[in-house]
Design a protein around this ligand. Structure first.
Ligand SMILES: *Cc1c(COP(=O)(O)O)cnc(C)c1O
Length: 380
């Protein structure tokens, strides 16, 4: 089956008991046993829950992976993946990973003796150069946040494979609809289902998928042992979101491309970052690994912070707010909002300066969004 059909049907078989086309939400914490140890596959909902199992099957299916696991948040999933490491191990993390990922390694796992270095993985040779004898894992995102840098996943996977390193790809920004890192050679893919998979800004959740049996077994053990599972209602919301992900991503991509073009033509804009923007240096790699540009973009205004704040405060359809991936359009100032916790020199090094604005382009009418951006630019 092709992606759009799987989005509607994966993990969505009618309920075995009643035939309900919309499967029930199983709220039960525990399950009756016919005899000691005689279960119908479920015994206690931390270890396994039927609604969660549907979500886990669905996300694995959409990513073209054998196994899926759902978590209480994207970071809970990331934590489970990081516990595949041991004291003394070293991780290569690509520049401008999600701030919470950096914080997790820098302020949690570092205290457990796991070292890391950051490299600019837009040149995959930097990953090879960054590898030490203790390196076990490469952790990357593409497109990156907030500068929408596209990293060649297949090229990084080749480097990782040649050195026996696990490659973890955070695929939250692209979504499984536009990009499937497992097929490009990644060992493990992580998602914040809070974003495009849920798609409606009404849940916090995470997912981890892999086709590696041993890694899956260990991750499943960790999921149960550490207990970072999502509740059945949140699993239901994520499943419901999945049913329309192909339609949403199509519109997100169409709208974001139109907004990016309008921005690129405006004399007040210095630079636009969008994977599928004409003339972008990374267009070739982006088109190889993504089926569309997605809903995220960022840009620099010539007038610095004053222009950025005027722009953000003049928007009417876009809401000023953090997060991304929902049906509604959001705008934010990375230096003072999502990336404010980075030390200023670190921000400067990553290019997260005061002139930068990030947009999560929603699925509203294209002309309304382009018109909103044009009017806010004019208000500067
Ligand atoms: C939001 C996000 C996360 C963290 O997910 P939560 O669900 O907020 O824990 C991780 N990676 C990326 C790229 C994100 O955007």
């Amino acid at each position: 089956m092709r992606f759009d059909t799987r989005a509607v049907h994966a993990g969505n078989e009618p309920d075995e008991l009643t035939g309900a086309v919309t499967p029930p939400i199983y709220t039960s914490s525990t399950f009756a046993q016919a005899g000691i140890g005689k279960t119908k596959g479920f015994e206690y909902s931390r270890s396994g829950n039927p609604t969660r199992a549907r979500l886990e099957r669905a996300v694995a299916d959409l990513e073209g992976a054998k196994f899926g696991l759902a978590f209480a948040s994207g970071l809970a999933g990331e934590t489970a993946v990081a516990t595949l490491l041991q004291r003394g191990d070293h991780v290569i993390i690509c520049n401008d990973v999600y701030g919470g990922t950096y914080r997790l390694f820098n302020q949690v796992f570092r205290y457990f003796g796991i070292a890391f270095d950051r490299v600019d993985a837009t040149d995959p040779d930097n990953v090879a150069r960054g590898a030490r004898t203790k390196t076990k894992m490469v952790w990357m995102e593409s497109p990156t946040n907030p500068l929408m840098q596209v990293i060649d996943i297949a090229a990084v996977a080749k480097v990782a494979k040649s050195r026996g390193l696990m490659l973890v790809v955070d695929n939250t920004f692209a979504s499984p609809c536009l990009q499937n890192p497992i097929k490009l050679g990644a060992t493990v893919v992580v998602h914040s289902t809070t974003k495009y998979i849920g798609g409606h800004s009404d849940l916090i959740g995470g997912a981890v998928v892999t086709s590696d049996q041993a890694r899956y077994d260990r991750l499943k053990f960790i999921q149960n042992a550490t207990g970072s599972v999502p509740g059945p209602f949140d699993c239901y919301l994520a499943l419901r979101g999945i049913r329309t992900i192909h339609l949403r991503m199509e519109r997100h991509s169409k709208n974001a491309a139109a907004v990016a073009e309008a921005l690129a033509r405006d004399p007040r804009v210095r630079e636009v970052y969008y994977p599928f923007l004409r003339g972008s240096p990374q267009l070739g790699v982006a088109k190889r690994q993504m089926s569309a540009g997605g809903g995220m973009l960022s840009f620099r205004l010539k007038g610095g912070y004053r222009a950025a704040s005027r722009f953000l405060e003049s928007l009417k359809v876009f809401t000023l707010g953090e997060s991304l991936g929902g049906v509604e359009s959001l705008a934010e100032h990375p230096a003072r909002m999502t990336h404010a916790s980075l030390p200023p020199p670190e921000r400067a090094k990553l290019g997260v300066t005061d002139d930068l604005v990030r947009l999560s382009v929603g699925i509203e009418d294209t002309e309304d969004l382009v018109g909103d951006v044009r009017a806010a630019l004019a208000a500067i």
